[in-house]
Write a protein that binds this ligand. Structure first.
Ligand code: AMP
Length: 216
């Protein structure tokens, strides 16, 4: 199965994508992670995108398009993939169509995780991440066993620069302006399936699994 996970920042796309990777063997392709990695490693791309990431702005299409094009060219995606954080604009929907066409691949569904704006702000502000292995925590709903330390690798947890204050509100605003038209594009094609993203991650996962079973 080839699916796209959509929804506001912090709605739980990353957590659900990880689950789908583990349980269904799908290749997880998360543009945010790929871009953050490029920044951390100080690659030429990383240097060009750093400011966009820190201010919560969208990275220009040509840069994200190149990353996605390369990644979808890997043979491992043939066993199925889950895209997390891409496409985020109507132009990126077209860009993805072109890449998939070229590779002889097809999208089966776009799953939209929904949550209230209030919930989103709470989730983003409490989110902590491991800069080393990228495991994601939440201070209230998914705390690490030992405060401030990653359960998996022992690194000190951090708050993403774009997960607090005004940047959070900017990202939510940007989602409404730029990503809503991308959702509409999939809705018009009958590919969009809405899933309630509230509640515990395992409850959301059950809903995601049920939706995928209905589709297969
Ligand atoms: P995420 O981890 O998905 O919340 O993405 C973090 C940041 O990476 C975003 O705020 C953007 O700056 C950048 N980014 C990730 N995916 C995309 C995309 N598809 N298009 C443009 N920028 C992106």
């Amino acid at each position: 199965m080839n699916v796209v996970l959509m929804g506001m920042p912090g709605v739980g796309k990353g957590t659900q994508a990880e689950w789908l990777e583990r349980e269904n063997g799908l290749s997880r392709i998360a543009t945010g992670d790929m871009l953050r990695e490029a920044v951390q490693q100080g690659t030429p791309l990383g240097r060009r995108v750093r400011e966009y990431l820190e201010s919560g702005q969208l990275v220009p299409d040509d840069m994200v398009g190149e990353l996605i094009g390369r990644r979808l060219g890997n043979s491992e995606v043939r066993r199925g993939f889950v895209l997390d954080g891409f496409p985020r604009t109507r132009q990126q929907v077209v860009l993805l169509d072109r890449v998939l066409d070229r590779r002889g691949l097809r999208l089966d569904a776009a799953l939209l995780l929904t949550a209230s704006e209030q919930d989103i702000v709470r989730r983003l502000e409490g989110r902590r991440v491991c800069p080393h292995c990228r495991k994601v925590y939440h201070l209230a709903s998914r705390p690490p066993k030992s405060a401030g330390v990653c359960d998996a690798c022992g690194a000190a947890l951090i708050q993403r620069a774009d997960d607090s204050g005004e940047v959070v509100l900017d990202r939510i605003r940007l989602y409404g302006e730029r990503t809503s038209p991308a959702l509409q594009a999939y809705r018009e094609r009958g590919l969009l399936h809405e899933i309630e993203g509230g509640g515990r991650p395992d409850e959301v996962h059950r809903r995601v699994r049920e939706e995928l079973e209905r589709l297969s």
